[in-house]
Design a binder for this molecule. Structure first.
Ligand code: BGC
Length: 357
């Protein structure tokens, strides 16, 4: 009997232990789930200066997909091109308890006030696509702008060896627009010095506006009496404005036009021959990387940068991604292959003889 009692006691204790361990197991396993249901997910803010143009919705969608997969909640806001509104929206996100702020500013100089506000509330900041100057950002995620500017200008000098060039640069408030222009000029300068190329018009464009680009190109075409070899447009939106201006002078297809972003409209123009090239930046990768790093940084892990970039104040850890040159010849093996643009959407806009097979 004593032996049996002892055995029962041992069994009871074992059962008790088992119940305790399995309860613990359930609590541990269900932990994140319970937290999620409680609305205690890690919050990440994504502040976008303006949803203008084709790309930024794609950036936001990809960012949200990855952040959600990693268990975070995204609070996003569109500042509609208004610096003060963006500042207000950022302050509201900080109040809502974001751990990391991913920031695409309109003005890369004055944006430091938003970084300061975040940092003083212990919120880490990722400078998204555009480098926020003179600020303590924790990470910068972008594409190599010097390389993009070089690709655009090199394409032109190897296809229009001589002649008048019109340069349409991006926003004067975006340091990236200047980085592109500087890189373009490095390539063009020897040709200008030799007298092969003449820059007949060269201007930054308020807020990267296609309409401004159209008006500027119209003027530039008029003052050169239709004698233009190339339009060095810094992105596809500016290229679209320039192409419209060229169209009104019956010059489409006769003047080389560059771009950047691989927007659907630009890919169609390349297939038609009214735009010569664009630069494809796999922005779904850019957004996903930013989301991954934001989640890591929210958990106090160090971002996995592959270089640094000086923003005037610090050497900012940087993730620099590689751009890809797109011309008529490789539309299918680049943007289509990656699923960035659909072949059916491109071909839908083209007559049968211009469609991409
Ligand atoms: C981005 C470009 C974009 C432009 C206008 C730049 O900061 O790098 O991809 O075309 O802004 O939105």
């Amino acid at each position: 009997m004593v032996g049996l009692n002892a055995e029962v006691n041992t069994l009871n204790k074992a059962l008790l232990r088992l119940t305790f361990v399995s309860t613990l197991f359930v609590i541990v396993l269900a932990g994140p789930l319970l937290l999620a249901q409680d609305g205690n997910k890690t919050k990440i803010g994504f502040s976008i200066e303006a949803m203008n143009g084709e790309r930024w919705q794609t950036d936001l969608n990809s960012f949200e997909v990855t952040a959600k997969q990693l268990g975070a909640e995204v609070i996003s806001a569109d500042a509609k091109g208004d610096d003060d509104l963006q500042f207000k929206q950022v302050k509201a996100m900080i109040k809502e308890g974001i751990k990391v702020l991913v920031l695409l500013p309109r003005d890369t100089t004055t944006a430091s006030r938003m970084v300061d506000a975040a940092k003083s509330a212990n919120v880490k900041v990722i400078s998204y696509d555009r480098l926020i100057l003179n600020s303590d950002v924790d990470l910068y995620v972008s594409f190599d702008r010097a390389e993009i500017g070089k690709m655009q200008a090199e394409y032109l000098v190897s296809h229009a060896l001589k002649g008048n060039y019109v340069l349409i640069a991006g926003s004067p408030n975006d340091e990236g627009a200047k980085a592109l222009h500087d890189a373009q000029m490095t390539v063009l300068q020897p040709y200008i010095d030799r007298g092969d190329i003449k820059v007949t018009a060269d201007e930054y464009t308020k807020d990267w506006s296609p309409t401004e680009a159209y008006l500027f190109a119209l003027k530039a075409i008029g003052s050169s009496q239709d004698n233009i070899a190339a339009v060095l447009a810094s992105n596809d939106g500016l290229a679209a404005g320039a192409i419209e201006a060229l169209r009104s002078h019956n010059l489409t297809g006769k003047v080389l036009v560059t771009g950047q972003d691989a927007d659907l409209m630009a890919i169609i123009c390349i297939a038609q021959g009214t735009q010569a090239m664009t630069v494809y930046k796999p922005i779904t990768t850019e957004a996903a990387r930013a989301a991954e790093e934001a989640v890591r940084m929210a958990a106090n892990e160090r971002p996995r940068a592959n270089g640094t970039m000086n923003n005037g104040k610090t050497e900012v850890p940087t993730i620099m991604l590689e751009p890809v040159l797109v011309t008529k010849d490789n539309i299918k093996t680049t943007v289509v292959k990656d699923g960035f643009q659909k072949l059916s959407s491109i071909n839908q806009a083209l007559p049968a003889d211009q469609q991409i097979k």
